[in-house]
Ligand binder design. Structure first.
Ligand code: FE2
Length: 82
């Protein structure tokens, strides 16, 4: 596991790990389908959807960092409206 030394690295590494998880769950679902285990397919599909949400989150953060720069991104993460 490689966490990263700064926010950009952390989010990029998390994005990669989430993509790996999506790939692994898709493979496990394929296996469960081959052995006709619908309960496992249903469970893993539910988890897969959560992992896809994590990928979306990480990609959104990376896009925001690319578009507004890390400093502005960090300011937005710490701003608390009164
Ligand atoms: Fe995840």
């Amino acid at each position: 596991m490689n966490i990263g030394k700064n926010v950009s690295d952390i989010i990029r590494n998390d994005n990669g790990d989430e993509l790996d998880a999506v790939h692994a769950y898709n493979e496990a679902i394929s296996l469960a389908l081959r052995v006709d285990d619908q309960g496992t397919v249903d469970l893993l599909t539910m988890i897969l959807k959560m992992e896809e949400g994590h990928v979306d989150w990480a990609e959104k953060q990376r896009a925001q960092i690319d578009q507004m720069g890390l400093e502005n991104y960090l300011v937005n993460q710490t701003f608390t409206p009164s």
